[in-house]
Design a protein around this ligand. Structure first.
Ligand code: MRU
Length: 335
């Protein structure tokens, strides 16, 4: 089955796949204003680091078409979510282009947004091609959150590696963390793997330690929202616990990191802003309270995995083993 595209530019409007409706229905939201794109990123209509960067680039095009103040639009879009650097990365490219011209040419901005989107398709495919090289024969892979096609404009990152591993006959099974509190693993990853015919099992996040202890996991594959200059990685909350468990059980732990997620200007993981989301994502389920009345919740959306717990970063340039400031600064990054 062909997966729906995460976004479509239709010439004057951005159609965004509403990921909140998956797996039950495929619904596109039609957006014509930059602040609608900003709201869609914040409310996670569109989510996944590469997809929000690309959506933001199209948001700048919508602002230009409406004659809105571009600086205001770019800063408004940048503020939608703070952790995934792909957002700033795409907006900086749009901003530099405007600054270099000194005036706004809507057609040229449109072309640049299309280039950013096309690049993502190419680089996710290149990353996946390198990623299948780290998979042992007949492997059972554990994955966290959702990093598949609809989190990008292309084939996805870690989940793309899992799909390709299955197609090449290397991957035996995928274990999917459900990923509390928004359940990207249960709702999105299981759906995408199902569409691609990959055998998978959803587990609660807390089950991964037991699985590893029983020898049921050969490799852990995750995505990322930002790689700092020293190789520390911000990714969905729970990734750090997974990396600790993997290290304790001698399981290789790989992070799929397209160059659009690598930020060597951020010195280390502690310098990354961690988004904190509303308490009701934890205290409520589908609008119904699941905690006692008045209970408080802390809801960081991401955590930091230190570089020393990472076996390798899988990028479109190849696999960087034991990532470090030295190896990352040698990459040909576009900023
Ligand atoms: O809050 P989300 O769902 O946007 O978080 C997504 C993740 O943490 C993904 O692992 C990451 O963005 C990589 S998507 C290729």
């Amino acid at each position: 089955m062909t997966l729906p595209r995460s976004l479509r530019w239709t010439g004057g409007q951005l159609d965004l796949l509403d990921q909140r409706c998956l797996p039950h229905s495929v619904v596109y939201r039609q957006l014509t204003k930059w602040h609608e794109v900003s709201d869609a990123i914040r409310s996670m209509v569109v989510r996944g680091a590469p997809a929000i960067g690309i959506a933001a680039a199209w948001g700048v095009v919508l602002a230009a078409r409406s004659g809105d103040d571009l600086d205001q639009a770019i800063e408004g879009l940048r503020a939608s979510r703070p952790t995934a650097v792909n957002l700033s990365w795409a907006l900086n490219r749009m901003q530099s282009f405007v600054n270099s011209k000194g005036w706004v040419d809507v057609r040229e901005l449109e072309r640049l947004a299309a280039v950013i989107e096309a690049e993502d398709r190419a680089l996710t495919q290149a990353l996946v091609n390198y990623g299948i090289g780290v998979l042992p024969d007949d492997c059972r892979v554990l994955h966290h959150c959702h990093t598949g096609a609809v989190a990008t404009a292309g084939v996805g990152t870690a989940l793309g590696v899992i799909v390709a591993g299955h197609q090449h006959g290397i991957l035996k099974h995928a274990w999917l963390d459900e990923t509390r509190p928004r359940l990207q693993g249960a709702a999105l990853s299981s759906w995408e793997l199902g569409c691609c015919g990959v055998p998978s099992t959803v587990i609660v996040d807390g089950a991964s330690g037991l699985l590893m202890r029983r020898g049921e996991v050969d490799v852990v594959l995750v995505g990322c929202d930002r790689v700092a200059g020293n190789g520390d990685v911000a990714n969905k909350i729970g990734t750090y616990n997974l990396a600790l468990a993997a290290r304790a059980h001698g399981v290789p732990f790989y992070v799929c990191a397209p160059s659009s997620s690598i930020d060597i200007t951020t010195v280390d993981g502690d310098a990354i802003t961690i988004e904190e989301r509303p308490e009701d994502e934890i205290t409520h389920f589908h609008g119904e309270p699941i905690c006692a009345f008045g209970v408080r919740a802390w809801n960081p959306a991401f955590d930091i995995t230190p570089a020393h717990l990472i076996t390798g970063l899988i990028t479109e340039f190849g696999v960087i083993r034991s990532p470090s400031r030295h190896s990352l600064s040698a990459l040909p990054l576009v900023n």
